[in-house]
Design a protein around this ligand. Structure first.
Ligand SMILES: Nc1ncnc2c1ncn2[C@@H]1O[C@H](COP(=O)(O)OP(=O)(O)OP(=O)(O)O)[C@@H](O)[C@H]1O
Ligand SMILES: [Mg+2]
Length: 293
């Protein structure tokens, strides 16, 4: 049986601080509902808490939840460990993926896939290594890896390299997308997957994401650049600033931000204190201006 709550992720009044500085609330009451089949983009100035939001949703131990709830599949995600959240279909593509020397890409992805196949309650009847008991055979795994790597235009040799060791910035982002393609999440958070990609790589990655979009997956796309939204069309664009979603709109909101910078929109929403006159004199952040090159 499915009802509406099986098809959406609901964030209510989420308040989060870094564990290292628990008195500093970075997220001060986030409210957001994202349904499966929808793509929501979050934009916001550097340091506004976008990565904090993605880590809090995924259960990163360096952040403490001070209040609120995140409901997904009838459970409050905030009460679950990160691995359980992943088993429930959540996926995070990191802004800064870390290297794991000694662990090959293929072993890493296979372990993650196997862990996920057992489900949240670690179903003892499922043996991920046994194709007759719900597992994926080595042959099937290799076939799938090859297909997804082709989709992302990755060379076969990537499978045997160590996770992110010596990878270029763009290669790291592609590996995040390969993991997503293999794990087939029901809710994917992409934290600046477009940053560090050259123009061709951006298109390949965006096409890879688009190929995965389906009515059973919700997407939260964190980006600074409207350019990515030319490839992946968001249903809603949110602006995060001063610990809150200050406004939401359609794709035109992203275009407006690119043109005007954050100043005017923050002012309209009563955040003039956060905007200096300098920002208004030069509406485009240097970073946004650089994006057009
Ligand atoms: N462990 C920590 N200790 C102290 N401050 C932290 C910690 N983690 C995050 N912060 C602070 O929280 C704020 C939000 O950081 P966050 O990484 O979420 O921003 P962001 O919106 O993702 O920025 P960017 O666009 O640059 O990626 C920053 O001011 C950051 O310095
Ligand atoms: Mg960030």
């Amino acid at each position: 049986m499915t009802d509406a709550t099986d098809r959406e992720l609901v964030i209510r009044d989420l308040r989060v601080a870094p564990a290292a500085k628990p008195e500093r609330e970075i997220l001060q009451g986030i409210n957001l509902t994202i349904r499966k089949g929808e793509t929501h983009a979050i934009m916001g100035p550097n340091g506004s808490g976008k990565t904090t939001l993605s880590y809090a949703l995924m259960g990163h131990p360096a952040y403490v939840v001070k209040g609120g709830e995140v409901i997904w599949k009838g459970r409050n995600l905030l009460e679950l460990s990160a691995d359980k959240r992943a088993r429930l279909g959540l996926f995070l593509a990191f802004q800064y993926p870390t290297a794991i020397p000694g662990l090959s890409v293929a072993s890493f992805v296979r372990s993650a896939l196997n862990a996920k196949l057992q489900g949240i309650d670690k179903n003892p009847d499922v043996d991920p290594t046994d194709p007759t008991r719900g597992g994926v055979s080595m042959l099937e795994f290799r076939k799938r890896m090859r297909a997804k790597m082709a989709l992302l235009k990755m060379e076969d040799s990537f499978a045997t390299r160590y996770v992110n060791e010596g990878f270029s910035g763009g290669e790291k982002k592609r590996l995040e997308m390969l993991q997503m393609a293999m794990l087939e999440p029901e809710f994917a958070i992409l934290d600046e997957t477009d940053s560090g990609l050259d123009i061709d790589a951006l298109r390949i990655v965006a096409e890879g994401v688009n190929a995965q979009l389906n009515p059973n997956m919700g997407v939260l796309l964190i980006t600074h650049y409207q350019r990515l939204l030319n490839y992946i069309t968001p249903d809603v664009v949110h602006v995060l600033a001063a610990g809150r979603i200050v406004t939401s709109g359609g794709k035109d909101l992203a275009l407006r931000l690119e043109e005007e910078g954050y100043g005017p929109i923050l002012r309209e929403n009563g955040l003039e204190a956060a905007v200096s006159d300098d920002d208004l004199a030069v509406p485009q952040a240097p970073e946004a201006a650089g994006a057009g090159r």
